[in-house]
Design a protein around this ligand. Structure first.
Ligand code: WTA
Length: 630
């Protein structure tokens, strides 16, 4: 039995079948990372080979320059596993939230036909290569079909998480100037039907959206605008099941995805076709050790980067079966997730520490009856996993048989860049492991940084905001070192442990938010003077936001709190709701007017406050302390 603080290695049995089992690969890759990636790239299908593998003009870089590729050709007709071998096998297993509804299975060939139909439908609506299409869909198969249909014809997909509010949707559509939005009537969440179309209607106001494609999912009543709206089924009804792949330049845009940045408004990260395809294929193959009979369940929603890369693209590029579950893992019973693993014979399970801590909290009794005999590998992503959650996952889910890959990456990196490889190890609770072969990572004064040649699938910039790209990621150094905003350290074996962010990003249940974003949303309330948001440790969610709101009007605190909640729901969505709201008369500030969030945090976590002499209003600190205690 594994003990705290111990190292763990894969079993002989696991290792025997693993794609990568010899640690020599690290040394080989290190000698010439560009050559290493070139060799990996050459194994996928390109319409034309690249002329130069890597070009660096700080802070910009390119991979496989002038190569021609399409990611969907590599998933379908040119799949490395051979189209004849995979076309009749399940590409997707879809499990609906309502227990009484039926599971849907799509083979590779069926999925391909659906992708082509929609791609043809999109073309008919007038979208062309390089145009952006917004996708605001829940966890249903059409989310995958829509993403792949865009990629098939060179249209840039811009997915917006379906639980984001209409205001958050609008902000994203305004920046990316999409002309088409794909959405659904509604979806199921914890037994309720959410009217998604209503949010979409609101969100497209004052944007460039000309047409809204609506998938019928929950059959709820919706408003219909006959000029703009078109049913998904009507759009594809008479379309051909064949559609040529658009030949894309390696550096053409594949997708945009908004993520929270170090300040205020979200920024749209740009990912390109060539490098992303290569990195996505190989990181999945080696880290999840994809073999032809694997059934992979990555619990991430396609609204997040993990959903893009590991629910959709990576398993499909590898020709294996991916599972998508529409609902919440503990609905309607706390063991729904365990039932799904058993029912669909999941072999690899990839989730976030938040989910693991939630399962743990329900207690081992809930899952005592499950053997999880088909599982052979577990993964974790999105936030640091503490030793106790790691050990619980290892013992109760992996039955001490399955390696755990704790995978570090970011929306910006496009794929996993740090983790122990499952056939090599070692696995150490709370440590992510080593950089992926061919990736140079360093720790400079506790800051985790990525060195040239970076990785093929890393982002190429912030859409329409080169200044932000430069300032956020490159200005700390000489424009040739990528600054991750994570603090980390290495142990004597070189294993990396991620401590957390240095900026104001907080990870709430693995979701990336900034305190600035929350404050901006709250400050839109006309009677609120200002606010300060802080992330504090939370037993289940990892971190949770707490907000301090300056209000000096006549309403009761309860009334104002309700309005703050409504305000956050309207501007961002329920994921950003604070754990606690404190209504106060003033915020602690320096003489120059800077809000001292550090002091608020110390008050909350009950740490020594230190020197308060730089404050303009030190007396407010005691007042706030009293309110917190109430
Ligand atoms: C954090 C999610 C510790 C980190 C794929 C990073 C992690 C941010 C891990 C990116 C991990 C991600 N251990 N922390 N295994 N994985 N993080 O863009 O702070 O939503 O910078 O991408 O999540 O979050 P994002």
């Amino acid at each position: 039995m594994i003990k705290e603080g111990e190292l763990y290695f894969p079993t002989k049995e696991f290792q025997k079948k693993a794609w990568v089992k010899n640690a020599k690969i690290y040394k080989e890759a290190e000698k010439d990372p560009v050559k290493f990636w070139e060799n990996l790239a050459a194994q996928l299908f390109w319409f034309e080979k690249w002329e130069k593998p890597f070009v660096h003009q700080p802070p910009y870089f390119q991979w496989f320059v002038n190569g021609k590729i399409n990611i969907t050709s590599n998933i379908f007709e040119k799949n490395l596993q051979g189209w004849e071998n995979i076309k009749n096998k399940a590409a997707l297993i879809w499990e609906p939230e309502p227990i009484e509804q039926s599971v849907k299975i799509l083979t590779y060939e069926e999925l391909f036909k659906k992708v082509c139909c929609l791609a043809n439908g999109l073309k008919k609506l007038g979208v062309k290569k390089g145009d952006r299409v917004g996708i605001y869909l829940p966890m249903i198969s059409e989310a995958i079909i829509s993403i792949l249909a865009c990629a098939r014809i060179g249209v840039v997909h811009a997915v917006v998480f379906s639980a984001f509010s209409s205001a958050a949707l609008k902000a994203r559509l305004v920046t990316n100037e999409a002309k088409i939005l794909i959405t659904a009537d509604g979806y199921y969440r914890r037994g309720q039907i959410v009217n998604l179309k209503q949010n979409a209607d609101e969100g497209i106001k004052e944007t460039k959206i000309e047409k809204v494609i609506v998938v019928k999912r929950a059959e709820n009543e919706i408003n219909w605008n006959s000029e703009k709206d078109v049913w998904y089924e009507d759009l594809i009804r008479n379309e051909s099941e064949q559609c040529e792949a658009k030949i894309m330049d390696s550096e053409d845009l594949l997708f945009l995805l908004a993520t929270s940045g170090s300040t205020g408004s979200p920024k749209q990260v740009m990912h390109t076709c060539g490098g992303y395809t290569i990195q996505t294929y190989w990181t999945g193959k080696w880290i999840f050790d994809f073999h032809k009979n694997d059934i992979f369940w990555c619990t991430s929603d396609p609204g997040w980067v993990t959903g893009h890369t590991y629910t959709i693209y990576s398993p499909l590029l590898n020709g294996i079966t991916t599972l998508m579950f529409e609902g919440a893992p503990d609905w309607p019973e706390p063991d729904r997730w365990a039932q799904i693993i058993e029912k669909h014979k999941i072999t690899i399970f990839y989730t976030a520490p938040t989910a693991i801590r939630m399962f743990e909290k329900y207690g081992a009794d809930v899952i005592k009856k499950y053997k999880f005999a088909t599982l052979r590998l577990l993964g974790s992503v999105g936030e640091p996993i503490d030793e106790s959650a790691w050990l619980w996952y290892f013992r109760e889910v992996g039955k001490e048989r399955c390696p755990i890959v704790d995978t570090w990456w970011q929306t910006e990196t496009g794929g996993i860049l740090i983790t122990s490889l499952p056939g090599i190890g070692p696995f150490k609770p709370a440590f992510t492991g080593l950089p992926f072969p061919g990736v140079k990572i360093d720790i400079l004064e506790n800051n985790l940084v990525i060195l040239p040649p970076f990785s093929p699938g890393m982002f190429r910039g912030i859409y329409k905001n080169p200044q932000k790209y430069l300032e956020t990621y490159w200005s700390q150094t000489k424009k040739n070192v990528y600054f991750t905003s994570d603090v980390a350290h290495k142990n004597e074996q070189g294993l990396i442990r991620i401590i957390g962010r240095v900026d104001d990003v907080i990870k709430v249940a693995g979701h990336r938010l900034t305190t600035g974003e929350l404050e901006a949303a709250i400050n839109l309330h006309s009677e609120i003077i200002e606010s300060a948001a802080i992330g504090i440790p939370d037993e289940i969610k990892g971190e949770a936001p707490v907000v301090f709101v300056v209000y000096r009007g006549e309403k009761t605190h309860d009334e104002i709190k309700k309005e703050v909640i409504a305000q956050i729901k309207k501007e961002i969505g329920p994921i950003a709701l604070p754990k606690e709201i404190y209504i106060i008369k003033d915020l602690p500030k320096t003489r120059s007017g800077k809000i001292m969030r550090r002091i608020l945090k110390k008050l909350l976590v009950k740490e020594e406050l230190g020197d308060l002499s730089t404050l303009r209003n030190p007396e407010i600190v005691e007042e706030i302390r009293k309110i917190i205690k109430l």
